[in-house]
Design a protein around this ligand. Structure first.
Ligand code: ARG
Length: 224
């Protein structure tokens, strides 16, 4: 094995890493926004909203992210839906971020729902019987307790996104995996660039999961 190519291509890997982190962050942020709406719809007593939310969650979780990306990138332009590049951000990045965001939205919706439903029912009943309205009960009683379960799961969703974003390389987004392919083609070495990619992913996810672990301990203490 020969990692001599690194001196020449290290900056490409750094760029790739920043693209991976950026697209994962964007997907997490939009995933949270989408997830919040879907979760509210799913928890609503309005049947039609519930059905829409459930359908959304089931379809996005029940089909491969890979297929979703292909539909968005190759399929939608056929029916006139094209993602433009905005502010110098490539349309590939935007399509990829869109696919990851709508996918993540489904997972985040379930994270939020299970977080909220993990709070004992008695909390709602007690609070309502004390005269607090539904919204205030949610805001002051349920959400503050649910957040302890939700935040670590959201951080884990970010870790998942960092890893899953590798698939965006198939539409030409220059993230870590795409960088590894470029370097592979330039050096005629398939193994070493992939090992570098694996190391970068591992360092990212390992660091993040250590941080999540610490954070969880802190939350548990705050709870005690
Ligand atoms: N590999 C999974 C799939 O094919 C990706 C799931 C994405 N997960 C997530 N938490 N956003 O669908």
């Amino acid at each position: 094995m020969d990692f001599g190519f690194l001196s020449k291509y290290i900056s490409l890997f750094v760029e790739g890493t920043s693209v991976t982190v950026a697209i994962s962050l964007v997907a997490l942020i939009f995933g949270c926004i989408i997830g919040m709406f879907i979760c509210l719809m799913k928890l609503s007593t309005f049947k039609a909203l519930k059905v829409i939310a459930t359908t959304y969650i089931e379809i996005l979780r029940g089909t491969p992210l890979f297929v979703q990306i292909y539909i968005i990138y190759f399929g939608l332009p056929q029916i006139g839906i094209d993602f433009p590049s905005i502010f110098g951000i490539s349309s590939d990045f935007i399509s990829g971020a869109f696919a990851l965001s709508i996918n993540s939205g489904a997972y985040v919706a379930e994270i939020l729902r299970s977080g909220i439903q993990s709070v004992d029912k008695g909390q709602m009943e007690a609070s309502r019987s004390l005269g607090l309205g539904y919204a205030s009960t949610m805001r002051y009683v349920i959400i503050p307790q649910a957040i302890k379960n939700i935040l670590p799961s959201l951080a884990n969703e970010f870790i998942t996104l960092v890893k899953e974003s590798a698939i965006i390389s198939v539409i030409g987004v220059r993230e870590i995996m795409f960088t590894a392919s470029i370097v592979k083609n330039k050096t005629f070495k398939p193994l070493e660039p992939l090992i570098i990619a694996a190391i970068i992913y591992f360092v990212l996810t390992f660091t993040l999961s250590k941080l999540v672990g610490k954070f969880e301990k802190k939350l548990a203490k705050a709870n005690a």
